[in-house]
Design a protein around this ligand. Structure first.
Ligand code: MN3
Length: 241
């Protein structure tokens, strides 16, 4: 049924309203109940076209991210007490997670946190950074162009699957880091202000093996207002994921 809806949608000139209908059907079919929730995309899945294609957004959110949420919810069935903790607490102190669950929490908890951030910081219109984050990029990362170049180089250099982030410490100092797999900077006490997913599933349908092109193009959809909200939260002790 989902396939039919999707196909109908691809064949017609799809209205945004139609996407919303399909999206909710799509997500509901994937969701397992429990303490963790797949956050809805904060915009229609075609919002980042042509830079990030609609089908990639749908599969990435509705299947890849949903799987991490489902894994956490399934584990919570037998470990209700542990999974009362929000995801940032779970991944922020993996040593407090029992041995038999630690790898799952690292991968699925990290994946849930990473993708929650990722949807938030996209859906914008790119361009140069604005506001407070622009000043911090200037003082800590050598300016906007230097930061972009370094970020793209670091993201391009991730072997296999992983992420590239601009992170903040508690004082608001920025740095660029990369992580393998679904590791999240919170695992090292750093707050991911924004980041890009360089797993192939994030770009392969449109860019195939051309990760460098994807990294370059991704800047066109960054929402700097949202990035500034995340940076303000980091500096005021209100950061979550
Ligand atoms: Mn991903």
């Amino acid at each position: 049924m989902i396939q039919v809806d999707r196909r109908t949608l691809m064949l017609g000139a799809a209205a945004v309203g139609a996407y919303a209908t399909v999206k909710s059907t799509y997500v509901a079919a994937q969701a397992a109940s429990g303490p963790f929730t797949l956050p809805p995309l904060p915009y229609a899945p075609n919002k980042n076209e042509p830079h990030i294609d609609t089908m990639t957004m749908e599969i990435h959110h509705g299947r890849h991210h949903a799987l991490f949420v489902n894994n956490l919810n399934n584990a919570a069935k037998d470990n209700a007490e542990l999974f009362k903790k929000p995801v940032q607490e779970l991944i922020g102190n993996l040593n407090a997670v029992p041995d038999n669950l630690r790898t799952m929490v690292r991968n699925s908890g990290g994946g849930h946190a990473n993708h929650t951030m990722f949807w938030q910081v996209m859906g914008g219109s790119g361009g140069e950074a604005t506001g407070d984050i622009a000043n911090a990029i200037k003082s800590d990362l050598g300016g906007f162009e230097k930061m972009q170049g370094d970020f793209n180089t670091r993201g391009g250099g991730v072997f296999g699957s992983g992420w590239v982030f601009v992170v903040s410490d508690k004082a608001g100092k920025l740095s660029i880091v990369t992580k393998p797999g679904q590791d999240n900077p919170l695992m090292d006490g750093q707050m991911p202000i924004f980041g890009n997913d360089v797993w192939e599933h994030a770009y392969y349908l449109k860019y195939q093996n051309r990760r460098a092109d994807y990294l370059k193009s991704w800047w066109n959809v960054v929402d700097w207002a949202k990035v500034n909200e995340r940076y303000a939260a980091a500096k005021s002790g209100k950061f979550t994921v």
